[in-house]
Design a protein around this ligand. Structure first.
Ligand code: ZN
Length: 152
């Protein structure tokens, strides 16, 4: 394993041990639930959207290190973004974890730690669950998200 992926693994383990924004959000006006039956990952994403901006976002749930770390990092990234910007970030993230070419110049930031997931197709759903759930929350869908029904 390269030094770079060791570093990435460190970040994922850190977020798994100490997930950020791992709480029920008081005053949330968006909420959705996600489930990845392939791995058993579950998450609930809470968001507070005001004045067209995601003011606060948090999550709860249980699952593998990748799903938990991805949820944790997702909450730190989308805070302060508009729902459109959040959706755009999801696209970038999704392209990256599925190994598609991302537009050059896109700033992946902390999401880059999941670039190695592209080599493990079975983990793509773990990494993208939180983002699918966020999207459902922002779109105000009442239906729980199941990665088996959605495209990865
Ligand atoms: Zn998982």
């Amino acid at each position: 394993m390269s030094e770079l992926s060791d570093l990435y693994q460190e970040v994922i383990l850190d977020h798994n041990r100490k997930p950020r924004n791992f709480t029920k959000l008081d005053g949330a006006n968006r909420q959705a639930e996600g489930f990845n039956p392939l791995c058993g990952d579950r998450c609930i994403v809470y968001a507070k959207v005001e004045n067209g901006v995601v003011q606060e976002v948090s999550f709860q749930g249980s699952g593998c290190a990748i799903s938990k770390a991805s949820s944790s990092i997702m909450t730190t990234i989308v805070k302060g973004k508009t729902p459109d910007e959040a959706e755009h970030l999801f696209e970038i993230f999704h392209n990256m974890v599925t190994g598609k070419e991302t537009a050059s110049g896109e700033d992946l930031g902390k999401m880059k730690v999941f670039s190695g997931v592209a080599e493990f197709p079975s983990r793509v759903k773990c990494a993208s669950l939180a983002w699918h759930t966020l999207k459902a929350a922002l779109e105000g869908k009442g239906e729980p998200v199941c990665t088996e029904k959605d495209a990865t």
